[in-house]
Design a binder for this molecule. Sequence first.
Ligand SMILES: NC(=O)c1ccc[n+]([C@@H]2O[C@H](COP(=O)([O-])OP(=O)(O)OC[C@H]3O[C@@H](n4cnc5c(N)ncnc54)[C@H](OP(=O)(O)O)[C@@H]3O)[C@@H](O)[C@H]2O)c1
Length: 310
Amino acid sequence: MKLSVVSRSGREIIRGGIEINDQATVSDLQNAIHKRNKKYYPSRQRLTLPVQPGTQGRPVVLDPKKSLRDYFDGNTNNVTVVFKDLGPQVLYSTLFFWEYLGPLVIYPIFYYFPVYKYFGYEGERVIHPVQTYALYYWCFHYFKRIMETFFVHRFSHATSPLSNVFRNCAYYWTFGTYIAYYVNHPLYTPVSDLQMKIGFGFGIICQVSNFYCHLILRSLRSPSGNGGYQIPRGFLFNIVTCANYTTEIYQWVGFNVATQTVAGYVFLVAATFIMTNWAIAKHRRLKKLFDGKDGRPRYPRRWVILPPFF
Ligand SMILES: NC(=O)c1ccc[n+]([C@@H]2O[C@H](COP(=O)([O-])OP(=O)(O)OC[C@H]3O[C@@H](n4cnc5c(N)ncnc54)[C@H](OP(=O)(O)O)[C@@H]3O)[C@@H](O)[C@H]2O)c1
């Protein structure tokens, strides 16, 4: 089979094209491209079919697991694929590890070290019990997330663009610093003992529930990440599509009830906004995949993220 590999503007990416076995898969083609150009390793490549002039819609993205014949109807000569360089990639686990490591390291610095003297507070700092519990709660949360990244989640995409590491780290590290600064501040005023216990108690229940939601999501895929998207069922998933985000949001509510800082609530609003947008997209995708047609099950009626509001 003879293939031309061109950019979206029509420029030839692999000079002279690629000669490949008729039985080859898209993944074989990606490896062959990589062999000819060391810069373009497979996860950096996005291959699509050319868009016919006058047609609308998005181009068909080639699935690495499928055979090339599936896309070219047995036509084996002078077929064209369109190549897009996705830029440098990192493993999803690497992305998550770095974004969570920041808050895990930064927060204790504000608790343990005399950083406030650099902000003009020279007096002795009295540490309230709520500040100590907040430290444990915070570190447990981010440690849990790192452990889930490596030992629980089964990602469908192996890699993410390197640029996301900088964007996500900026988000998590900045908010981590912002909240740590105010919760550990020498002038911090604690809430009542009862409020603190309610906040942390509720938050811990939500963190454990969040972990359980992640175990349910894990069970929907094989260890290699195969299995696509399934209808999550059981526990809170019977009520809400993104029960993992719901419990994540409520555990931050618990933290904020116990610690009560503007910084914490600003983070809560930002995280809720982001997760709500993602949840809408995930809910739509599941409804589209499970439309009740051609023998496919119909996606059950569920809230998207925050019952009974949304
Ligand atoms: N505080 C914040 O700002 C914030 C923001 C986002 C996330 N988080 C936390 O981090 C956790 C992980 O976030 P995430 O966005 O990666 O979560 P996610 O995409 O909802 O799910 C986690 C894992 O489950 C898989 N999965 C989800 N729905 C599935 C389905 N219907 N069938 C099969 N597999 C499915 C995902 O696969 P794919 O690889 O295919 O997506 C992913 O590997 C969240 O649950 C939350 O606790 C916090």
